[in-house]
Design a binder for this molecule. Structure first.
Ligand code: ADP
Ligand code: MG
Length: 611
């Protein structure tokens, strides 16, 4: 850049390029340029042709491929067909039967509308289309060879349409060389057939590659069968169905269990009004919605179909129509988050069943119950005056809740069981981290940090629902140094944070005063919380108050929990288990890691080769 900035101007004796006069591009070149956007590889042709068949009302669609589609792609349908006199128009660019008036553009209900797929494909391949409307006595055909159109001519064929695309990019070596191995191209084609099959129950689809049968679904296969065909029958069986309606927006999801989560979004299928989309905003909403149920950084196996009035969404943002724009994006975002979350919290892997924490089991829970009831916070927070470390005081006789219990000694009744492990109540505590106990039908291992984190989160959320979180004012506000920008950011969000029991105020220009923290999170360190909030603001600042609040809650729930390695005494443990037993969901922590692992007797018998 600097080089240009210093160049003398006007240039003397500089050679200027000779410009040709401006001319309109040759139509074939126009179509080839358009093809660059629409036709990336064989799979894009498969997608466009199958979508055309769907728009034509087909109930059975066959896709035949040779050499990953590079040699041949053939799509046959039993749809409405094209009258002979319109065949030439069908392969012309910007010619479509799907939009009539400019106003149709406001609410697009068909898959296609740009009228350029056939023209684009014909510009970069040898395309032949044979079509016959059911009422027509015979079929007619049109051919396009790398942009050169011929026809229509009489042809033989059943009602419906057949499109044959051969030698894709054969005359465009620059594009051809970007094609990958046959198996890769075939995988891409197959992926599109699967997506379209998930999007259109009621339509049968059949794929064949080099004479071998591929993916196949029958017209009357429902979404469950289709999920089984795409994800495998065993996984599909365990998918949870969630359906909700928010205003004009209907959501239907099938979510796979945590074990089926992936680091990439390859198993996430999002549909908007029957269109498969890959939209960053929607993916973010999905991650948010499943965050507590699948491991951090993972995407679930998911089918999620959104149905909403076409007028509320713009699908014409992307030539391949993969990205979309919503009239009310934040509404859609939070509807997805809420639907996934509420559905998943009722799922088998999130709700309690036999041997839930604190329920039944070996002795401890029953005896602990009454001691802890009502004592949601038996600790009083008393920061040492004026600025020393906070200390905890236990009122005489009150049980020590887990929230405050750190490094207390096991009582004399708790016998040492092994090196490191010790017995406490009916449980064996291993490495001050895992709690092991017998439950009906087998045994259970709890992670004390994960359980405490989940307990904190659920209790905080319940308080938020009731109005606001009970805050514990600090006798002396904790002062935390921040930058001017950070301070401004915190002040802007101070009100939404106050709802969470986190009261912050500016204190000078580069200091924030933490005036109160949620009273049940007695272990929270103010500096840590401020740092967390700033980090979340930097990441998700524009995502909206609701999202931010929930993320802050999750962070606080984690920071306020006992750690792995913290030694808990009997009453702390009892308190934790009692609170765990009251949870709507206690199977995963706020980060989606398991809280409890249940080993059935069969699991144990198998481990010992008794089965
Ligand atoms: P678009 O789908 O955006 O309209 P296309 O180039 O894909 O553009 O198709 C152009 C037109 O050809 C369509 O609008 C439709 O009228 C007709 N057409 C294409 N494929 C089929 C088919 N399989 N059955 C019936 N009509 C079709
Ligand atoms: Mg089309």
């Amino acid at each position: 850049m600097a080089r240009f900035a210093r160049a003398p101007f006007p240039a003397q004796g500089r050679e200027l390029p000779r410009m040709n006069p401006i001319r309109k591009l040759d139509p074939v070149v126009v179509d080839q340029i358009a093809a660059g956007e629409v036709v990336e590889r064989p799979a894009s042709v498969v997608k466009e042709l199958v979508e055309n068949a769907l728009d034509a009302g087909a109930t059975r669609i066959e896709v035949l491929l040779r050499e990953g589609g590079a040699r041949l792609i053939e799509v046959r349908d039993d749809g409405g067909g094209i009258p002979a006199e319109q065949l030439l128009l069908a392969v012309a660019s910007h010619a479509t039967s799907k939009l009539r008036r400019p106003s149709d553009f406001e609410a697009i209900a068909s898959m296609g509308f740009r009228g350029e797929a056939l023209a684009s494909i014909g510009a970069v391949s040898r395309l032949r289309m044979i079509s016959r409307p059911p009422a027509a006595p015979a079929a007619a055909a049109v051919t396009v060879r790398f942009g050169a159109v011929s026809g229509p001519a009489a042809a033989a064929g059943p009602p419906g349409t057949r499109v044959v695309v051969e030698d894709l990019f054969a005359e465009l070596p620059a594009r051809r060389k970007f094609l990958k191995r046959t198996s890769t191209e075939y995988a891409h084609c197959s992926a599109w057939v699967e997506r379209l099959a998930l999007a259109h129950p009621g339509v049968g689809l059949r794929l064949e590659h080099d004479g071998r049968r591929g993916f196949e679904v029958a017209p009357d296969d429902g979404i469950r069968e289709r999920c089984a065909a795409v994800f495998g029958a065993r996984l599909a069986e365990r998918m949870v169905v969630v359906e909700e309606t928010h205003g004009d927006l209907h959501l239907h999801a099938q979510v796979g269990p945590p074990e089926a989560a992936r680091r990439d979004a390859s198993r996430v299928h999002l549909f908007l009004n029957g269109r498969w989309v890959r939209d960053p905003k929607l993916l973010r909403a999905v991650r948010e919605g499943v965050r507590e149920f699948v491991p951090v950084g993972h995407y679930p196996t998911l089918y999620l179909a959104l149905t909403m009035p076409p007028a509320q969404v713009d699908v014409n943002v992307h030539p391949q129509k993969l990205e979309v724009r919503f009239r009310n994006a934040s509404f859609v975002f939070s509807a997805i988050v809420r639907t996934l979350r509420s559905g998943l919290s009722r799922s088998a892997w999130a709700t309690r069943r036999v041997g839930a924490v604190g329920e039944g089991g070996a002795g401890l829970a029953e005896t602990s119950l009454e001691a802890g009831v009502g004592a949601s916070s038996a600790l009083e927070y008393r920061p040492d005056f004026p600025s020393g470390p906070a200390v905890w005081e236990r009122p005489a006789g009150a049980p020590l809740p887990a929230s405050g219990a750190v490094a207390t000694r096991a009582t004399a009744a708790d016998g040492a069981a092994a090196d490191g492990a010790f017995r406490i109540g009916g449980l064996l505590s291993v490495a001050n981290t895992f709690l092991v106990r017998e439950v009906p039908g087998g045994m259970e291992i709890l992670d004390q940090h994960a359980l405490h984190e989940r307990v904190n989160l659920e209790e905080l959320r319940a308080e938020v629902r009731r109005g606001r979180v009970v805050a514990q004012p600090m006798l002396v506000p904790a002062l935390v140094e921040v930058t001017r920008e950070e301070l401004a950011d915190l002040v802007v969000h101070a009100q939404s944070l106050a709802v969470l029991g986190l009261e912050l105020a500016a204190f000078g220009e580069t200091t924030v005063a933490v005036r109160a923290v949620p009273s049940r999170l007695t272990r929270l360190q103010p500096e840590r919380v401020v740092a967390d909030v700033l980090e979340l603001l930097a990441e998700h600042g524009e995502a909206g108050a609701e999202t931010l609040q929930d993320e802050v809650l999750q962070r606080m729930a984690c920071r306020g929990a006992v750690m792995a390695g913290d030694r808990l005494d009997t009453s702390a443990l009892q308190d934790l288990l009692r609170r765990g037993a009251a949870l709507p969901q206690d199977k995963t922590c706020a980060h989606g890691r398991p809280v409890r692992v249940f080993l059935t007797l069969e699991d144990l018998e198998r481990a010992f080769h008794r089965r």
